[in-house]
Design a protein around this ligand. Structure first.
Ligand code: ADP
Ligand code: MG
Length: 315
């Protein structure tokens, strides 16, 4: 429930309450609640189309929510937009760079847009270039940068004004391993400096490495929320077993004692304790040659997502 005019609890840097965004009849974000503390990395983990960008774009004020309230550093994004945005940095999913300017010129442009000038702007530009490892390429045109370098510059533009809250929308999609490492380390440094970070991704490994808490989002709804350990515990001690093959003539009763997540002609998934130790016995329940491929996954965010939705995180 939203109490009109009531300020959020002081400690939160980002607070999202009952956020809903409809596109006509379609609900892209559905009654989303979460908050991010200073010095915390909060992850929104979900597959393509889950509603991550919609949520981030509502928080940054790019989109108007259909319902709900959003506070940044205790100011409402809806009714006190200028105040709220002063504490906010956004790394959008799509690059916001001028290709025919140098990296340094792009930073100069964004810095002025944030109200920085003179020596202060110069010092900040040097600092962020260093932070993302682009100092030696600062004077080169962005059109000569690799995809990963553009992503790093995109990130540098968003942190020039030292925002207390930073929103990152899938910042590492399609980048090379070196740029990815630069970006992840830079995010970790910001957290240590007390920034509240909202990080969206469909990469489970990134969420597990970076995030203090994670909300798993699917079809616009948060379906699980907690620390990585809390989410793993939802899987209990069970492993997820995935079988590929031809199961069209197999009775699903062969797995009567197990928790079956998915049963299709070519894919069967189920949960079992200590799966690796009893795998040959489990596979023997199936007719010979019906199984072409087997995989066993210990409890992780990917297996939790499959358990909750019956689908994989990646397309
Ligand atoms: N402007 C729009 N009009 C209609 N549907 C949209 C619009 N923008 C996004 N959507 C839909 O909303 C859903 C969520 O999209 P998005 O927030 O971009 O997901 P994600 O960032 O998690 O991949 C998708 O099904 C997408 O097709
Ligand atoms: Mg997106």
């Amino acid at each position: 429930m939203i109490v009109k005019g009531k300020k959020p609890w002081q400690k939160y840097m980002i607070q999202v309450q009952a956020l809903t965004k409809n596109y006509g009849q379609f609900t892209a974000a559905n009654d989303i609640y979460f908050e991010v503390n200073p010095g915390e990395i909060f992850g929104l983990l979900g597959p393509n189309g889950a509603g991550k960008s919609t949520t981030i774009n509502c928080i940054s004020g790019l989109l108007n929510p259909s319902l709900g309230e959003i506070y940044i550093n205790q100011s409402s994004v809806l009714s006190e937009a200028i105040k709220a945005k002063a504490s906010l940095g956004l790394v959008p999913q799509d690059l916001a760079l001028y290709e025919d300017l140098s990296g340094q010129e792009n930073l100069n442009f964004w810095g002025q847009a944030y109200g920085l000038a003179g020596d202060q702007l110069k010092a900040r530009i040097e600092a962020v270039l260093e932070q993302v490892g682009l100092t030696s390429r600062a004077k080169d045109l962005v059109s000569t940068y690799s995809g990963g370098m553009k992503r790093r510059l995109n990130f540098a533009c968003a942190i020039l004004h030292e925002p207390k809250a930073l929103l990152l929308d899938e910042p590492t999609v399609g980048v090379d391993p070196q740029s990815r490492e630069h970006l992840l380390t830079a995010v970790e440094t910001l957290k240590e400096q007390g920034t509240a970070v909202l990080y969206t991704t469909h990469y489970m490994e990134e969420a597990e490495r970076l995030c203090d808490r994670i909300a798993i989002i699917d079809h616009g709804k948060i379906i699980a929320i907690g620390t990585v350990d809390e989410l793993r515990n939802k899987m209990g001690e069970k492993d997820l077993i995935s079988l590929q093959g031809d199961f069209s003539d197999v009775e699903s009763s062969v797995l009567a004692e197990y928790e079956v997540i998915e049963w299709q002609n070519h894919t069967v998934r189920f949960m079992a304790e200590n799966a690796a130790g009893q795998l040959s016995g489990l596979l023997a329940k199936f007719p010979p040659r019906s199984i072409k491929q087997t995989s066993v996954q210990q409890a992780n965010l990917e297996s939790l997502f499959i358990k909750l939705t019956g689908r994989e995180l990646r397309d």
